[in-house]
Design a protein around this ligand. Sequence first.
Ligand code: HSE
Length: 311
Amino acid sequence: MSKTGVKIFAPASVANLACGYDILGLALEKPGDDIIAHFTDTKGLKITKITGSKKQLPKEVEKNTAGFAALKMLEHLGESERGIALEIHKKMPFGSGLGSSAASAVGGVMAINELLGRPLTKREMLPFAVLGEQVADGSYHADNVAPSLLGGIIFIRDNATLDVHRIPNPKGLQIVCVYPHIKILTKDARDILSDQTTLKKTITQTGNLGGLIVGMYNADLDLISRSLNDVIIEPQRAKLIPGFYDVKDAAMNQGAMGCSISGAGPTIFAICPNTLIAENAAAAMQSAFHNNKIKSDIFISPINQNGSYLY
Ligand code: HSE
């Protein structure tokens, strides 16, 4: 890239991690989006190019996740008059549950920040990226944006104040994501959820959430595995994904530590202790989808420790 242009990689992410609806997420090393920004002579921010998306993404800055995130950050910096062109190159499936809109929002703020000589830290950019993602699904939660930006596994104690915390992870974990070619809108997958649950399920879920975090800190794979269970959200969303339980069984039978829906779906993720189990689990999961007459794509990645970066 020339001195007047920057190119950013913003990775996909897996939100919820079974027991942490809206409050846990991790970053993948791949896939991810590329966002390019450069200065122009015309006033204001413009989106000049979008590639790689079958869905027609809006080029209007205010309606685009990357554009809106970038715009809000430029306003904060008092730079909204600056002539800047953004290019968005989608390199991951959209509407897949892999945090595609979050990655674009992260890429938008990162690109602006790099172009302007890094006025903000990543933590300071986080609210603007979350505002960008909010354009896509209407709610303010950072479980895709925070890991995509910061890397690693992120626990969000409180979304409203973005009280986010990095959780360490044991070495060698591999994340399998199998994306079935079916459509689920995040908004629909959120709207079907009941706002009621039982005390019993709340106790089980919070026990698993605590167990998962302690397991990650202590590199206790058995504890992580016992904790990767969702008794509240997964049972309500499983019906949106034909063959969900076949796919989950296939992953677990190959030695996955846990398997659930990635974000709002339809991608199903499995956390595996090593590459061999990950490859076997991925093949078995794809075959289970195939038996349900659904085509799918496989992504296998370690946990991305660095989040979004400048090329
Ligand atoms: N936590 C969110 C959900 C992620 O499951 O709906 C998708 O935005």
